[in-house]
Design a protein around this ligand. Structure first.
Ligand code: MG
Ligand code: ZN
Length: 216
């Protein structure tokens, strides 16, 4: 986990926001649209990025992904096997990406080669909320297998994100979860202003709608 001292936490977050702003400006200078995906381990972030990227490539867009994980290169490898350019970004021991780690990844890339960048955060529904990275959209991905109480348990991540997606809608019956409960919780949390989008990365239900929701 991050931080112990309250005063230090404030400085760390302020510094992160400063770097996130400069990441955002750098990406805009290169005319790149950037989507960050947050969510638990196993919610389907990597698979969703791969599916979205397939569609965007057909539109002629040039895509890269930054695969954030504590250790290992498994997600980056899956992305590359699908034909997607991908950069690995290990946090070492931290349970979230921060703007400085993303800055280092961006510095290692030729940004003129890309139109869209996906940033996959570390599987975690808690601290990524506090660390914006400089993306256009912060997206949170949950899945029906995580239970119907995810919104009630994790207000912060939903309030700090622009778009919420409920994945694995095809197996909601099998896991005994009513998607309507989750969607209602989200609607209530966001004051009735926002709706959660549903999809199944496996059956590809809802993926085309997400492409347009994300302005891609
Ligand atoms: Mg992943
Ligand atoms: Zn963390």
């Amino acid at each position: 986990m991050h931080i112990v001292q309250v005063g230090m936490e404030y400085d760390v977050l302020k510094e992160n926001n400063k770097i996130a702003n400069s990441n955002y400006r750098l990406l805009k200078k290169h005319d790149i649209r950037t989507i960050e995906l947050m969510g638990s381990i196993g919610s389907g972030k990597t698979a969703l990025i791969i599916k979205l990227a397939e569609r965007l490539r057909k539109k002629g867009l040039r895509i890269c992904a930054i695969a954030g994980d504590v250790t290992g290169e498994d997600d980056q490898r899956r992305m590359k096997e699908s034909g997607l350019d991908a950069v690995n970004c290990n946090t070492g021991h931290e349970c979230h990406l921060d703007a400085n780690l993303v800055k280092k990844s961006l510095d290692s890339m030729d940004l003129d080669r890309y139109d869209v960048i996906f940033i996959e955060n570390v599987g975690n529904l808690v601290c990524p909320a506090d660390f914006p990275l400089g993306a256009d959209y912060r997206v949170v991905v949950i899945s029906t297998t995580e239970g119907d109480d995810m919104v009630r348990k994790h207000h912060d991540i939903f309030l700090h994100s622009d778009v919420a997606i409920l994945n694995k809608i095809d197996i909601s019956d099998a896991v005994g979860v009513d998607p309507e409960i989750i969607k209602e919780d989200y609607k209530r949390l966001t004051g009735g202003l926002k709706s959660m989008y549903t999809c199944s990365v496996k059956t590809e239900d809802g993926i085309d709608e997400l492409v347009s929701v994300l302005g891609l």
